[in-house]
Design a protein around this ligand. Structure first.
Ligand SMILES: Cc1cc2nc3c(=O)[nH]c(=O)nc-3n(C[C@H](O)[C@H](O)[C@H](O)COP(=O)(O)OP(=O)(O)OC[C@H]3O[C@@H](n4cnc5c(N)ncnc54)[C@H](O)[C@@H]3O)c2cc1C
Length: 476
C-alpha cells in the first residue's frame, strides 16, 4: 500500500538516503541507540549527508500527513525522544564533519558527530570545546538541550559556546542563527531542543586544549558523610576555582564491585594537580582511583557508559543541602536492597548522581547572550540530581521505572519538607513523564512559543516532528 511520507521522499529524489527495516543499515542504526528502549522501529530511516538533503527532506515531509522524529547521537534515553514507530526518523548520523577555523577560533561541527570524535579532530589544532563528558554522546541533542560539561564553570553550558547555528526551518530554508542574524532563534535553540528546526551545523567557540588533571575515585559507602560534605563545600567554593569540576555518584554496579560504592569524578581543566578545592576530597579513603594528567579525549573515552541496555532516568534539582544528598544516599541503599529481591543481582546497575550547579554557571551563560534554560532565575547554589537504572529486559525495566519514580517522589517530598527543593528539571536528563520546559519559567516558555510561531507558523515542529520534548501547549 502506498505510504504518503515514503512516496513524498521518493518523489523528492531522496530514495538513496532511505533505509528500510529489511536493510542491514537500518538494523545497524536501530542498534546504535544508546538505550535499547529508545529504538522504536520507524517505517523508514532517512539519512541525510548535507544541509541541502535535510532541507529537501523537511520540504517533502511538510507536504503530507505523518509524523517524524529527529536523531543525532541517539543518546536520549526515553522511548519517543529520538525515534518514532509509525513514522520517519531523520537520522543525522552521517553528518559528522568537524573542522576548525583558526582565524575565527571556531569549530564547525555537524550534529551527528560524537564528542570523542570532536575532541580527537580538534586536538591537532590545540583546541577543544565544552562538550560531553562521555565520548559517545551525540552533539545535536547535547547542544540543543543545554550541555553540562567539565568546562561549565569557565564558559557556561555547552549551548552558550554556540556562536552560530546553521538550521533548516519548517519551510526548508537553511538559515544562520547567531547574535546578529536571527538572534531570537539563536537564543531559543540554546536549550529549546528540536522545536524550531533541524540544526545542521554548530559553530562553537573553542578553548585552548591544555591537558586536564583528574579522573574517577571510588570510595566505600562508609565514606558517605565525608563525600556529602565534599560536594556541598565544592559547590559553594566552585566560583573561586571555576576551572574545576566535581561529580559524586552513589552507585551499584556488581560487575565492578559487589557493594554500593561512591564514585566521584574530579577534574581541573587547567591541569593543576593541587587545586586547594580538592584538598579535602583527596583525604576521603578510596578503594581504587584513576586520577592523572590526561587529555579531554582520554577522560571522555575512559568513562563511556555501555549502550544497548534498557535505561530509566529521573532528574530533580535541589538547594545545596547536604541533608538532601544524605537522604538520597539512604534511599539509594534501600533501592538496591529492594531491587536485589526483585531482579537477579548481577543484572542491574543503579546510579544516584549529584552535580554542582552553582549560580555563577548561569552568569557565564548570560554573558554570552543567554539561553532558555532558566537557570539565571535560580537564586541559590544548586545540585543537579540524576537517578539512573539499567536492566536488560522490558519486564525488568517496568520494575525499575516504578522503583525509580517512587524514589524521586520520596526525595522530592523530603526536600520540599525542608524547603530545599528547586523546581528546575534539566531537559537532557528528564524522564518522559517530566516536563523540562515547564520548569524553565513562564517568560522562557512565552519566548519559545513566540519564536516557534515566527519561524514555524504552521507548527510543524510541534505537531509533525513529534520526537523529543515539545513546548507545552497550555500556560505553565
Ligand atoms: C552516557 C550518557 C552520558 C551523558 N553525559 C552528559 C553530560 O556530560 N552532560 C550533559 O549535559 N548531558 C549528558 N548526557 C545527556 C545528553 O546530553 C542527552 O542525551 C543528549 O540529548 C544527547 O545528544 P544526542 O545528539 O545523542 O541526542 P539525540 O538522542 O539524538 O536527540 C535528543 C533530542 O535532541 C533533539 N535534537 C537532536 N539533534 C538535533 C538537531 N540537530 N536539531 C534539532 N534538534 C535536535 C532531538 O529532537 C531529540 O529530542 C548524557 C547522556 C548519556 C546517555
Amino acid at each position: 500500500m502506498a505510504d504518503p511520507q515514503l512516496d513524498a521522499l521518493v518523489k523528492a529524489g531522496l530514495q538513496s538516503l532511505l533505509v528500510y527495516p529489511s536493510d542491514a543499515e537500518y538494523t545497524e542504526r536501530q542498534r546504535s541507540y544508546w538505550a535499547a528502549n529508545a529504538a522504536l522501529g520507524p517505517k523508514a530511516i532517512v539519512l541525510p549527508r548535507t544541509a541541502e538533503d535535510v532541507s529537501r527532506i523537511v520540504k517533502a515531509l511538510a507536504e503530507v500527513d505523518g509524523k517524524a522524529a529527529i536523531r543525532s547521537g541517539g543518546h536520549m534515553q526515553w522511548a519517543g525522544a529520538n525515534d518514532i514507530h509509525d513514522g520517519i526518523t531523520i537520522d543525522l548520523g552521517r553528518m559528522t564533519n568537524v573542522t576548525y577555523d583558526s582565524q575565527k577560533k571556531l569549530a564547525s561541527i555537524q550534529p551527528g558527530a560524537r564528542w570523542g570524535h570532536v575532541y580527537d579532530a580538534l586536538e591537532p589544532h590545540g583546541v577543544c570545546v565544552a562538550g560531553g563528558r562521555d565520548a559517545n554522546v551525540g552533539v545535536g541533542g547535547f547542544l540543543t538541550g543545554g550541555g553540562n560539561s567539565y568546562y561549565s564553570g569557565r564558559v557556561g553550558m555547552g549551548c552558550d559556546s554556540v556562536a552560530n547555528f546553521e538550521v533548516v526551518l519548517a519551510n526548508g530554508d537553511i538559515v544562520n542563527a547567531n547574535a546578529t542574524e536571527n538572534p531570537d532563534l539563536w537564543k531559543a535553540l540554546k536549550g529549546g531542543s528540536g522545536n524550531f528546526g533541524i540544526v545542521t551545523r554548530f559553530d562553537l567557540k573553542t578553548i585552548p586544549a591544555t591537558p586536564l588533571w583528574g579522573g574517577m575515585r571510588a570510595s566505600p559507602r562508609s565514606a558517605g558523610d565525608a563525600i556529602v560534605q565534599s560536594v556541598v563545600d565544592f559547590t559553594n567554593d566552585n566560583e573561586k576555582n571555576p576551572e574545576t569540576a566535581y561529580i559524586i555518584n552513589f552507585t551499584y554496579n556488581p560487575s565492578v564491585v559487589p557493594d554500593v560504592v561512591i564514585a566521584s569524578v574530579m577534574v581541573d581543566t587547567l591541569g593543576k594537580e593541587d587545586a586547594p578545592i580538592f584538598e579535602n576530597i583527596k583525604k576521603v579513603p578510596t578503594l581504587f582511583q584513576d586520577v592523572k594528567s590526561r587529555t579531554i579525549s582520554d577522560i571522555a573515552k575512559a568513562y563511556v557508559l555501555p549502550s544497548g541496555l534498557r535505561q530509566t532516568w529521573f532528574t530533580l534539582s535541589f538547594k545545596n543541602d547536604g541533608d538532601v544528598v544524605k537522604k538520597a544516599g539512604e534511599l539509594h541503599d534501600q533501592l538496591v536492597e529492594e531491587l536485589k529481591a526483585l531482579l537477579p543481582a548481577q543484572n542491574f546497575v543503579t546510579q544516584c548522581l549529584f552535580q554542582p550547579l552553582p549560580t555563577f554557571f548561569a552568569k557565564r551563560s548570560v554573558e554570552q547572550g543567554g539561553n532558555v534554560l532558566g537557570l539565571d532565575s535560580v537564586p541559590d547554589n544548586a545540585l543537579l540530581w540524576l537517578l539512573t537504572g539499567t536492566v536488560n529486559t522490558e519486564e525488568h525495566e517496568k520494575i525499575m521505572e516504578e522503583k525509580l519514580s517512587a524514589f524521586a517522589k520520596s526525595l522530592e517530598e523530603y526536600a520540599k519538607s525542608k524547603g530545599s527543593d528547586i523546581p528546575w528539571l534539566y531537559g537532557n536528563y528528564t524522564d518522559k513523564t517530566q516536563c523540562p520546559f515547564s520548569s524553565y519559567g513562564a517568560a522562557n516558555i512565552d519566548f519559545l512559543r513566540k519564536v516557534s510561531a515566527k519561524y514555524d507558523p504552521a507548527g510543524m515542529f510541534q505537531n509533525k516532528f513529534v520526537g523529543g520534548f515539545k513546548i507545552p501547549k497550555n500556560q505553565a
